[in-house]
Write a protein that binds this ligand. Structure first.
Ligand code: S3P
Ligand code: PEP
Length: 438
């Protein structure tokens, strides 16, 4: 059997309350949607503040392969996207849900065959729902999971399709994002348990509308659980990408678990990013959360209370919330997140296993986790190639001596240089002279 040795990172222990200002790079979800919309647009456009990370670079590489011009202009976070005729090629999805679910509809519009593959671990992520939906809309596809092949015919009929999107909101977002370019547009009807991560579908709808695409949703008088995109041009829009609020949650959590104070600049006044929900979550756990203009500041409490919360809409925040809960003063229940078993890894199993291996008391439920705080000891924290598992381990490491995180580099999926940002945050705290009381 092949043995893989993964590097270990000594998660820094906070010697004092963390006090820092941390600026985060652009949102993964907005960047990858903006890239698709720019690629399908009627003219070139510029994206400013785009995230450059493994997931977004995979999207950039794939779109270039399919015939789209993408140049950096000045900063590598400024992208000039020039639409072109879509052609065939080979696409590497890595472990990126947004690449494996948003690109097959684009590939169906290409003049040529597009071969998709990705990381070994990506082969178990659910995909059949969107591939079957595309077949129903007229696409010619071989396979039900990675690797698979889309034989693009230069156009796609589109029309009405019924899917069960309870496994991932990305099935709906993927179909809607390209649908203005389908001959008949698309009507996506969901039939099944509730769709998770609704703010991400709202993000898709909002960005489509900004691009001049007509979208009807249940919220705007449409049929329940049904989204309709009319066929028509996608207008080129120059976009400034918001900072990634899900990535920000680990840094804000650092203030919460050390009684410190962390400020994140450029927090949007209004946003569809689910990371915004961290404000309510930290407030409910006893932290002080304030906005001062565009700055969001979290001040940690003396005692962090446990939380009973349905994270169905904001499942992406679960690893951060689980780390907070493991360090809280009372028990927590995280519910509504069965679909996390199909994320980068089975996040429910991974979180329970890693916290328990440090002496924690976490039980997996059918749709979540019960976390009872316990005295944690040092040890190895596995990341399972999951960026958010790695950052959750870093949060725990602030309060527990001797946490060694496997493969911290996996954070590059959405936040390259995480270790440096984390160390800079902690060195800012060291200069304040504040004493630890945790
Ligand atoms: O559309 C998106 O950008 C995302 C949707 C969500 O997926 P699920 O609905 O599969 O949870 C989220 O967890 C993921 O990180 C990003
Ligand atoms: C679930 C996530 O990613 P993906 O876009 O790969 O689904 C995530 O970033 O938490």
């Amino acid at each position: 059997m092949e043995t893989v040795s993964l590097s270990l990172w000594n998660a820094p222990r906070a010697e004092a309350p963390v006090v820092a200002t941390v600026a985060l790079p652009g949102s993964k979800s907005i960047t990858n949607r903006a890239l698709i919309l720019a690629a399908l647009a009627d003219a070139p456009s510029t994206l400013t503040g785009a995230l450059r990370s493994r997931d977004t670079d995979l999207m950039i590489d794939a779109l270039r392969t399919l015939g789209i011009g993408i140049e950096t202009a000045g900063a590598d976070t400024t992208l000039r996207v020039t639409p072109g005729r879509l052609r065939g090629g080979a696409v590497d999805c890595g472990l990126a849900g947004t690449v494996m679910r948003f690109l097959p509809p684009v590939a169906a519009l290409a003049e040529g065959t597009v071969d998709f593959d990705g990381d070994e671990q990506a082969r178990t992520r659910p995909l059949d729902t969107i591939l079957n939906a595309l077949r129903g809309l007229g696409a010619d596809i071989d396979g039900d999971s990675l690797p698979f092949t889309v034989r693009g015919a230069g156009s796609l009929r589109g029309g009405r399709v019924t899917i069960d999107a309870s496994g991932s909101s990305q099935f709906v977002s993927g179909l809607l994002l390209s649908a203005a370019a389908f001959d008949e547009g698309v009507t996506v009807h969901h039939d099944g348990k509730t769709v998770p991560s609704m703010p991400h579908i709202d993000m898709t709808v909002e960005m489509l509308r900004e691009s001049g695409v007509e979208v009807s949703t249940p919220a705007t008088g449409g049929e329940a659980d049904t989204w309709r995109v009319s066929p028509g041009p996608v207008r080129a829009v120059d976009r400034v990408i918001e900072p990634d609020l899900s990535n920000a949650t680990a840094f804000l959590a650092a203030a919460a678990v050390t009684g410190g104070e962390v400020t994140v600049p450029l927090w949007p006044a209004e946003t569809t990013q689910p990371g915004d929900a961290i404000r309510e979550i930290l407030l409910a756990m006893g932290a002080d959360v304030r906005r001062d203009g565009a700055n969001l500041t979290v001040r940690g409490p003396q005692q962090l209370t446990g939380i009973d919360i349905d994270l169905h809409d904001v499942g992406e925040l679960t690893p951060t919330v689980a780390a907070l809960a493991a360090l809280a003063d009372g028990p927590s229940r995280l519910r509504g997140i069965a679909h996390l078993r199909g994320h980068e890894t089975d996040r429910l199993a991974a979180l329970a296993h890693e916290i328990n291996s440090l002496g924690g008391n976490v039980t997996e439920t059918e749709d979540g986790l019960t976390i009872v705080p316990a005295d944690l000891h040092g040890g190895r924290w596995r990341s399972y190639a999951d960026h958010r598992m790695a950052t959750a381990g870093a949060i725990v490491g602030l309060r527990v001596d001797g946490i060694e995180i496997e493969d911290i580099g996996t954070t590059a999926k959405t936040l390259p240089g995480f270790e440096n940002l984390w160390a800079t945050m902690l060195s800012a705290a060291a200069g304040t002279g504040r004493k630890a009381s945790f």
